[in-house]
Design a protein around this ligand. Structure first.
Ligand SMILES: Nc1ncnc2c1ncn2[C@@H]1O[C@H](COP(=O)(O)OP(=O)(O)O)[C@@H](O)[C@H]1O
Ligand SMILES: [Mg+2]
Length: 248
């Protein structure tokens, strides 16, 4: 469904993506792993067309993502941002229904609110949360609100950027399980960025490891533990010793 072919992106002399090629089949869940600063978020932003690659192609259903109707293109995506990125000044329900209150996906106010409450329930939050403000919620609840917002417009494709960062292990487990359940029940195509190996095992059908600007290894999650790839092994086991420089 999504295909990256030989994608390059540099910022000045910082050559971040050095020929990334990757295929994400429809209705599968891909998790991208790799150290901080390796270009995972940049790759995601390239797919969304927020950053333009220097060379290479990215297609969605065979269509170049940089061409065509941007609004229609983005309407197909849901996104859970790193750090939540909720709007502080809006009550929870308006955060969840954000895209249903404007633009091409606009619905009547009462319907948007109903959908928001239904999505909040789906992520385990009670209707009384709807009228609270983000600052009144715990980190785990904010993450759930972000998740409810990502699925509010029932997108075909959902991106999760570091969904468990900053959560305790139990809350991280709850969020991982929710992501897996929701992606499966929606039949959505999912791409998750993480360096949390527990997330990888909970969420992934397929795994891709980004290192030195290229995909060093990719394959089904079941093959991750006996890949024989020294980079992947070092990352999975969090070893200081190995081919990946620990000083960055
Ligand atoms: N808009 C930008 N302008 C300049 N440099 C950027 C920009 N976005 C990302 N970078 C650089 O690209 C590299 C990869 O960043 P990023 O994709 O955010 O890493 P991560 O793998 O942790 O998500 C970093 O060195 C970062 O400083
Ligand atoms: Mg990132």
């Amino acid at each position: 469904m999504i295909e990256l072919h030989n994608v390059h992106k540099a910022f000045g002399s910082n050559h971040v993506l050095r020929g990334v090629s990757l295929t994400i089949p429809s209705a599968t869940s891909l998790v991208i792993i790799g150290g901080s600063g390796t270009g995972k978020s940049v790759a995601l932003k390239c797919i969304l067309g927020l950053i333009r690659p220097d060379s290479g192609t990215i297609t969605l259903d065979g269509q170049d993502v940089t061409k065509g109707d941007r609004d229609a293109f983005l309407a197909r995506f849901g996104m859970l941002f790193q750090g939540g990125a909720l709007f502080d000044s809006l009550p929870v329900w308006q955060n969840v229904a954000f895209r249903l209150l404007r633009g091409s996906l606009k619905r009547p106010l009462s319907e948007a609110r109903e959908i928001a409450i239904e999505k909040l329930r789906r992520v385990g939050l009670k209707p009384d949360v709807a009228d609270k403000f983000p600052a009144e919620l715990s980190g785990g609840m904010q993450k759930r609100v972000g998740l409810a917002r990502a699925i509010a417009a029932e997108p075909e494709i959902i991106f999760f950027d570091e969904p468990t960062t900053g959560l305790d292990p139990i809350m991280a487990g709850v969020i991982n399980d929710l992501i897996r359940e929701i992606v499966t029940e929606m039949g959505a195509t999912a791409m998750t960025i993480t360096h949390d190996m527990t997330s990888v095992r909970a969420i992934a059908d397929n795994v891709a490891m980004l290192h030195d600007g290229v995909i060093k290894w990719t394959g089904p999650v079941s093959e991750m533990d006996h890949s024989g790839d020294p980079y992947l092994d070092q990352f999975i086991h969090g070893r200081a010793e190995g081919p990946i420089e620990a000083v960055r």
